[in-house]
Design a protein around this ligand. Structure first.
Ligand code: NAP
Length: 304
């Protein structure tokens, strides 16, 4: 199945980067050497990085990746539209560890499901569920493909999330919580398994990191440096507003995914909330972006 192929490419590339930490692009990664039999569920995929575009008929899928998040993908065998959509959307994340190794950084992707008026929760904190079922599955695919999932303490309190992969196959990412100095985290589902905690308190079941705050705020580059040292190369931030806005205003986010639900709340928590922009030129602009259908709704994906 295409999804299993995407997952195993992620594992393969992570291992390759571990085995050859000084590996540099251009490079090539081959997933299965020979074209698979017609009707087979397996895919032979040839990925070249920043090299000559490959189109080799020995492979079912040929990928030419020039930079993080950017791939040209061609198909030498009949691949159903549903599987092409999976490859086109998720293969770039699967090969992101290659660029993380090259650029020695964690790639940070954030995701919100929001109303048409930009709310991610009602005033009382209710957000289940603003997005549709396809958005839930998408978020779980992203969790399975990235190394870590991070949320703020208020999201733990409002949503009590498990942060696991349940709607698709794949391994759970490392779970990370920021804040909650005075929160009794034992009361929340997150503490049922191991997680990483950035707070001033010590939590059972957690790898605790106590960083200094400046003006009451953590420098998000220190959070990312700690996670990099733990071996993480890709991170998914799933909110809430305060947490994501700090990463964004400190220029730590590489890609934003926003799912738009056809609802207007009129009040509530806004997804992004920072700064004091007086002019449009102070806005966050994107280097590239696209809108994708998500069931009968829509998702924005943009690289900063
Ligand atoms: N629709 C969606 O996609 C979606 C997704 C996620 C969450 N939500 C909703 O969002 C709401 C929560 O958002 P929120 O903005 O109120 O809270 P939040 O971002 O979830 O958590 C904020 C808390 O996290 C800690 N924190 C995070 N980053 C920090 C930093 N750089 N420096 C210092 N502390 C930091 C602080 O904890 P302490 O104060 O404890 O130190 C802060 O008060 C909930 O209602 C939830 O349902 C919606």
């Amino acid at each position: 199945m295409a999804w299993e192929t995407i997952l195993s490419i992620k594992k393969g590339i992570k291992q390759l980067c571990k085995d050859q930490p000084d590996m540099d692009v251009p490079g090539q990664y081959i997933h299965q050497r020979k074209k698979s039999k017609p009707g087979s569920d397996a895919y032979a995929v040839n990925i070249s990085f920043n090299n000559k575009p490959v189109k080799n008929s020995k492979f079912d899928v040929n990928v030419y990746s020039t930079e993080p998040f950017k791939c040209k993908i061609s198909y030498s065998r009949r691949v159903s539209l549903i599987n092409r959509n999976l490859f086109n959307l998720y293969l770039p994340y699967s090969i992101l560890p290659f660029y993380a190794a090259k650029n020695k950084k964690i790639y940070v992707i954030t995701h919100f499901a929001q109303t048409l008026d930009g709310r991610i929760a009602s005033a009382s904190g209710d957000s289940k569920w603003i997005g549709n079922q396809e958005n839930l599955i998408h978020a779980h695919r992203m969790r399975a493909l990235l190394d870590g999932i991070l949320v703020g303490s208020k999201t733990i309190q409002s949503d009590n999330p498990l942060l696991s992969v349940r709607h698709v196959s794949g391994d759970d990412p490392k779970k990370i919580v920021v804040g909650g100095d005075h929160l009794d985290i034992q009361n929340y589902q997150i503490s049922e398994n191991e997680f990483v905690s950035f707070s001033q308190g010590i939590n059972k079941n957690a790898d605790n990191f106590i960083l200094n705050k400046e003006g009451g705020i953590y420098d998000t580059s220190k959070i990312l440096k700690t996670l990099y040292n733990l071996g993480l190369r890709t991170l998914y931030i799933e909110g809430g507003s305060f947490t994501t806005s700090n990463f964004l205003s400190q220029n730590r986010i590489d890609q934003i995914q926003v799912h738009f639900a056809p609802i207007i709340l009129g009040s509530g928590v806004t997804g992004f909330n920072f700064g004091d922009a007086q002019h449009l030129k102070e806005a966050v602009y994107f280097n590239s972006f696209r809108y994708l259908p998500l069931g009968n709704q829509m998702m924005f994906i943009g690289e900063i």
